[in-house]
Design a protein around this ligand. Sequence first.
Ligand code: FES
Length: 136
Amino acid sequence: MSKHTLFVCKSCHRSSEEPAEGQSCDGSILLDTLNALSAQQFTAEDLEIRPVGCLWACSRGCVVALANPEKRTYLLVDLPTDEEHASALLQLTQMYMNHRKGAFIWDKLPKQLESAMFACIPSSLSSSLDEDSEED
Ligand code: FES
């Protein structure tokens, strides 16, 4: 299985106001929190947390995408930067990694992320989400 990647937009800012000079964007804060927490949970061979400049959902920050070439890709939006949400995101990442097609059992999703799930894109190796059913 190829490596899993959590793309994190480092440019997102949840406030409508620009960050003050010298202040980090919320996306960078979330990225730092995820990096700190993931070091206790994942090896670099299992998961890469990759900062990106933009994931094209700028009005819905913070935005991340969970991806693997052999699995569906998920886009999550409206993420706060706190440790509770970062932990929930890593819990979701573990669930994603554990399922061979990256499917989730919706009842078991971390509660903090239920409203954050925004888009699901089929694996480039399958022709539809139906082929990626959760039961497989
Ligand atoms: S600035 Fe984060 S998605 Fe564009």
